[in-house]
Design a protein around this ligand. Structure first.
Ligand code: NCD
Length: 356
């Protein structure tokens, strides 16, 4: 794949969303739920400039100089923590990482006390990952600065869904297709029940007009998932038939209370993405995985490493750009950027007027 395809017009000129703060009138990013499609597109378009910058030898823009960003991770993470840290640093912010293993959380401090402590340190943005669904919203209600959800329990992982959408549209553009996700068939397969990645992606992909299929064994499929405007499958071969994009998910053993699958071997047999199985999807199918991967379980190595088909490392690249966009956008009000302070038209009013 080449990397020279032209990016979309600058965010402010595209007419895809209202001007200034009305384009993203939210205090933080707690989830994809509650975001209008044009707000998702706005963040994707904002990220394009950072994709470009990150491909230069000099990857520095100092717009967040003097700001303090705290990454408060109450759950293990490698790529997400690193990605947020790099994103904040590339924008010139002072970035501090707080690991739960070495924090007072281990001494029994309540989440609210931790939140109030972080707030008293006058952070300008707090990025939180927590094993409990809803913990991030709880903290967001106790602090004055923007809060970004880096994954809360089985609930949401909004920056993952945004980086996935950005990855898909880059791949489409690079092969000369329209970069719109409208009408695209995306199959998400694996542990749907425990996956915040699946949830955020379902919300974002359906908002952007994709047809979403979810595939899992019955024990790992949430009841009533159809209400999220997706088509559920238990037969992976059928779910792959004609798919444009396949997203594989890890078995989230740490969230499983009891036996959900007979064995990893059995799971691979029915739900593992093998080269043979991939042939059922559309020619030119794109393969994704948020990581960490269990090679030989949900995805075979020869699929994960398939050049031109696997977008897995591209997802990591897009992750930094998306997180830069989110940190930039969410600190604009505090930085008093023109258009981001004072009276504004609401995003809802704009959507009504323009029919967006
Ligand atoms: C995901 C997560 O933490 O939810 N990983 C990630 O953010 N890169 C998915 C997973 O852990 O399986």
């Amino acid at each position: 794949m080449t990397t020279s395809a032209s990016p979309p017009p600058p965010a402010s000129q595209s007419g895809r969303y209202p001007p200034g703060a009305a384009a993203f009138p939210h205090q933080g990013l707690l989830g994809i739920a509650g975001l209008a499609p044009h707000e998702i597109l706005f963040l994707l378009d904002e990220a394009e400039q950072w994709v470009e910058l990150n491909r230069q030898p000099q990857k520095r823009d100092d717009r967040l100089a003097g700001l303090t960003i705290i990454n408060a991770f109450f759950e293990n993470s490698t790529r997400t923590l690193l990605s947020f840290e790099i994103a904040g640093k590339r924008l010139g912010a002072d970035v501090v990482n707080m690991h739960a293993a070495t924090s007072s959380v281990k001494k029994g401090e309540t989440l609210i006390d931790t939140a109030m402590t972080l707030n008293a340190m006058r952070a300008d943005a707090i990025v939180i990952r927590h094993a409990s669904s809803g913990a991030v919203r709880l903290i967001a209600g106790k602090v004055d600065c923007p809060v970004l959800n880096a994954g809360d329990g089985q609930h949401e992982h909004p920056t993952q869904a945004l980086l996935d959408a950005l990855t898909i549209r880059h791949a489409l553009r690079e092969r000369g297709d329209s970069d719109s996700l409208v009408g695209l068939t995306v199959t998400i397969c694996g542990d749907i029940l425990h996956s915040r990645v699946a949830r955020s992606n379902i919300l974002s992909l359906t908002a952007l007009g994709a047809n979403v299929r979810v595939c899992a064994p019955p024990a790992l499929m949430p009841e009533g998932i159809e209400a999220m405007r997706v088509t559920p499958f238990h037969d992976f071969n059928a779910a792959l038939d004609g798919a444009d994009v396949v997203m594989m998910l890890r078995l989230q053993q740490e969230r499983m209370d009891g036996q959900f699958i007979p064995s990893p071997r059995e799971f691979r047999h029915l739900y593992g993405l093998t080269l043979d199985r991939l042939a059922r999807a559309k020619p030119g199918v794109l393969v994704m995985h948020p990581g960490p991967m269990n090679r030989g379980v949900e995805i075979d190595s020869n699929v994960a490493d398939l050049v031109g088909t696997s977008l897995i490392t591209r997802q990591v690249e897009m992750g930094v750009a998306i997180r830069m966009a989110c940190l930039d956008v969410l600190t604009r009000r505090a930085r008093k950027l023109p258009g981001w302070v004072g009276p504004e038209i609401s995003g809802e009013a704009w959507a009504r007027e323009t029919g967006a």
